[in-house]
Structure formats: structure tokens, C-alpha cells
Ligand binder design. Structure first.
Ligand SMILES: Cc1cc2nc3c(=O)[nH]c(=O)nc-3n(C[C@H](O)[C@H](O)[C@H](O)COP(=O)(O)O)c2cc1C
Ligand SMILES: O=C(O)C(=O)c1ccccc1
Length: 370
């Protein structure tokens, strides 16, 4: 099924939204069941999905008073790329389920907001086109495929398209079980494809009688035997910085640094191992283990400016939006993602000011109650 284009009324409602929760409601209302369940679901009972948000909300701030906050600077930097504020777009598959402009729209919005877009290996749009739209504000997420030659080709295309980092996802040798997608047999609609990995003809052959097309399809493509010992192979394929996405422990953070990688704290938005630790709860031990030797990022449950500040306080250089960007895209294409980023940037600015901080360099653990 194709999501119909947003109407003038949809765009008016979007323009009037005052927070990301309102954009989420607008985005959800525009999606059919297949797309909505794919975007919204977590693994199994959704404990980790909820914990990401709850643990961010539960942390308490220690604001300081009588500081000159007449000028607030929200700027940040990731791997040498200046950002207008410390928020990027996390990789998510299949933006074509949300809007006809798909990943191009998300990339244009990220570029306009001075953010950065991470393109999924399983995008509906080829990286060459997204690279144009992102105007240099592009990272590429890699799922290592069992077909190493295909992986090499995808990495080369990412480099040629201007991607500035390779985000290697390490928490999904298998897909977590999103039971709603199994129950209702998730399928990619026939007008969409996954141009980095497979032809539409191959997709059509995937068995869907027994559950989610997603699971069957992903399981056949992704390498499940890849270990720390194989990272040297990946390092040899690219000169781009490598970020390991899906790290949740000090032990793995230490290994990541030893292998010359940056660290993205994530539980995949609660879509992989249910009851795994929330992203924000894992962040302090990871930041301590990394100890400034590499950059640290976080995703999972970020919807408020205070969430961004809390992650920065605990050692993240930037945070990334998964579903929040998808809700914006569904609500209004490029304009929806822009509105999402603009609202969040204004919240970060206000939260800094009300915390008695002029910029992000002043945000440290003393901003949080122990
Ligand atoms: C619909 C959807 C698709 C996703 N696809 C990918 C993907 O292709 N690669 C990847 O590394 N992570 C993927 N993720 C995980 C996100 O990058 C991110 O870790 C997660 O969404 C963050 O949580 P949040 O949605 O609460 O912001 C996906 C997440 C969602 C919701
Ligand atoms: O849905 C996901 O979380 C995900 O990472 C994914 C990516 C590609 C195909 C299927 C699932």
C-alpha cells in the first residue's frame, strides 16, 4: 500500500504541533497497519522499548541559577562535522513506508537543520541520491552481508556518495522478534525496493506465509558469524571512521576502542533483546570505559531537549532520533522531519538556559542527581 501524500490539512496540523508527541500522533494516523506496526514495535513485551523513554524521563536535573544565559550556543561536532545542535538521524530501514520522497526527504531535512543523517543499508533510496540530498551531512549504516563482495561494493558506493562515517550495527546478527509483524505478516509493498542489497524480484520470492517477510529476508542476508577478530577486514575496506552501533557494556566499549572504533550506545530502540538495559542506563559505564579515547553517541527514546542534555551530561557527544524522525516523515515528509528537528533544537536551547548553561561544553555529570 502507498501512504497517500499529506493534505493541506495535514500540513497545517503539523505546523501547529508544539512537541514531538503531537507529531508522533499525526504521523501514526497517516500510516497503514503494516507500516505502523513495523515502525512502532519493540521486541517481545516491549520492556526495553519503554525503559529507554522512562529512564530518560526519570533522571532528575540539578539546574544552576543566576548565570548569564542571554546567549546560548547549542552547537556540537561529530567526527569533525559541525552540527547546529547535538542531534542526528539514526538509521532506519524503509522510509518509503512513510512518504513517497522517502530517504531523500529525511536527508534534505537533516541538511537544512544542520544535523546529520545516517542512511540504513536497507533504505528504499540508493545512497547516490541520498548523498545529493544530504549535502555532506551523511553517515552510512552498514549491515555486514554474508556476501562480502556485495558489502565491499556498498561501502565503496557510500564513500563515493560523500558519507563521512561507517556506522556498523553490531546488535542484530538476527532480528529481534517483533511479534506484531509476525502476526500480521509484515511485507514490503510492491512499489518499494531495497536497492543496496537485493532486487525487487528476489524480494518477491521471499516466503510470507509463515510470518514477517522482514525476518526471513534479513536472516538470509546478514552475516551472523562476524566477530571482533573480523573487524580488521572491515578496517581494511575503508578509510572512513567506523562507529560500532549497539554497544551496551563497558567490556564491549573497551574492545571497540582497542579496535580503533567509535561507540554508539543503543539497544536498537528496544527492537532486539527485550529486557536489555536501557540506552541511558548503559551510557555511564560505556563513557567511563571509553574515557575520552573515542567519540560516544546514544540513541533510544529521545523526544525532548532535556533528554538530549541528560545524554550529553553522561558522556554522549550527540544523540540520534529513530522513530521520532519517522513520525515526522510520515506526518509531512521533509517538512515533518524539519519541524521535528526545529522543535527539538528550541527545546535544547531552553533546557540549557534553564539549567544555567551557556553551551554544551558546560554540561557534565554535575547536571544530574546521583
Ligand atoms: C523502523 C525502524 C527501523 C530501523 N532500522 C534500522 C536499520 O536498518 N539499521 C540500524 O542499525 N538500526 C535500525 N533501527 C534502529 C535505530 O537506528 C535506532 O537504534 C532506534 O530507532 C533508536 O530508538 P528510538 O526509535 O527510540 O529513537 C531501526 C529502528 C526502527 C524504529
Ligand atoms: O527493523 C529493524 O530494526 C531493522 O534493523 C531492519 C533492517 C532491515 C531489514 C529488516 C529490519
Amino acid at each position: 500500500m502507498t501512504t497517500p501524500p499529506p493534505t493541506a490539512d495535514d500540513l497545517q496540523a503539523l505546523a501547529e504541533a508544539v512537541n514531538l508527541a503531537e507529531i508522533e500522533a499525526l504521523g501514526r494516523a497517516r500510516l497503514d497497519r503494516n507500516a505502523l506496526e513495523y515502525y512502532a514495535s519493540g521486541a517481545n513485551d516491549g520492556h526495553t522499548l519503554r525503559a529507554n523513554r522512562e529512564d530518560l524521563a526519570t533522571l532528575r536535573l540539578r539546574p544552576r541559577m543566576l548565570v548569564d544565559v542571554s546567549h546560548i550556543d547549542t552547537s556540537a561536532e561529530v567526527l569533525g562535522l559541525p552540527l547546529d545542535f547535538p542531534v542526528g538521524i539514526a538509521p532506519s530501514a524503509f522510509h518509503g513506508l512513510a512518504h513517497a520522497d522517502a530517504e531523500r526527504a529525511t536527508a534534505r531535512a537533516a541538511a537544512a537543520a544542520g544535523s546529520v543523517m545516517t542512511l540504513s543499508t536497507f533504505s528504499n533510496t540508493p545512497i547516490e541520491e541520498v548523498g545529493q540530498a544530504a549535502a555532506g551531512r551523511l553517515w552510512f549504516q552498514l549491515y555486514l552481508l554474508r556476501d562480502r563482495e556485495l558489502s565491499r561494493a556498498v561501502i565503496a558506493r557510500a564513500e563515493a556518495s560523500g558519507a563521512r562515517a561507517l556506522v556498523f550495527t553490531v546488535d542484530a546478527p538476527y532480528l529481534g522478534r517483533r511479534e506484531a509483524n509476525e502476526r500480521h505478516h509484515f511485507a514490503l509493498p510492491p512499489h518499494l525496493s531495497a536497492p543496496h542489497v537485493v532486487s525487487r524480484a528476489e524480494l518477491a520470492q521471499v516466503e510470507t506465509d509463515t510470518g514477517s517477510q522482514l525476518t526471513h529476508y534479513f536472516q538470509n542476508l546478514v552475516d551472523k558469524a562476524f566477530t571482533w577478530n573480523d573487524l580488521g577486514w572491515l578496517r581494511a575496506q575503508t578509510r572512513l571512521p567506523i562507529v560500532l552501533k549497539g554497544i551496551l557494556t563497558a567490556e564491549d566499549a573497551e574492545l571497540a576502542v582497542q579496535h580503533g572504533c567509535h561507540v554508539w550506545v543503543s539497544n536498537h530502540g528496544g527492537r532486539q533483546l527485550d529486557t536489555a538495559v536501557s540506552a541511558v542506563a548503559a551510557l555511564p559505564e560505556v563513557a567511563d570505559a571509553v574515557a575520552g579515547r573515542a567519540e560516544v553517541y546514544l540513541d533510544g527514546g529521545v523526544t525532548r531537549g532535556t533528554d538530549v542534555l541528560k545524554a550529553v551530561a553522561l558522556g554522549a557527544r550527540a544523540v540520534f532520533l529513530g522513530r521520532a524522525a519517522l513520525w515526522g516523515l510520515a506526518a509531512g515528509g521533509e517538512a515533518g522531519v524539519r519541524q521535528t528537528l526545529e522543535l527539538l533544537r528550541a527545546e535544547v536551547r531552553l533546557a540549557l538556559a534553564l539549567s544555567g548553561k551557556q553551551n554544551l561544553r558546560q554540561v557534565g555529570r554535575d547536571l544530574l542527581m546521583r
